[in-house]
Design a protein around this ligand. Sequence first.
Ligand SMILES: [Zn+2]
Length: 93
Amino acid sequence: MNNVQQKPSLKGRLYCSVFGHNFSVSKKVTYHIKEYKCCHCKKEMTINSKGYLTDLTPKYKEINSVLERIHQNKLTRYSNSQMIQSPVLKMTS
Ligand SMILES: [Zn+2]
């Protein structure tokens, strides 16, 4: 286990205040909702239900984890239905 905490460094924050944050996707919640993290200062953002970028607060983390679970359930159900349909598709060839 690597227990080293990635603390926001002063250098990182200084960089961000000059050049702006450099966000990269840290987590895909659904097709439309993603979580972003700045690689310099570790600031986290997310897309809210209205489609705006907002701070990733504990409340939004909770919402996202629920959305992620619903999304995963949908994916599982979709792949199951695809498996049922596939023999029908094979008959056409
Ligand atoms: Zn930043």
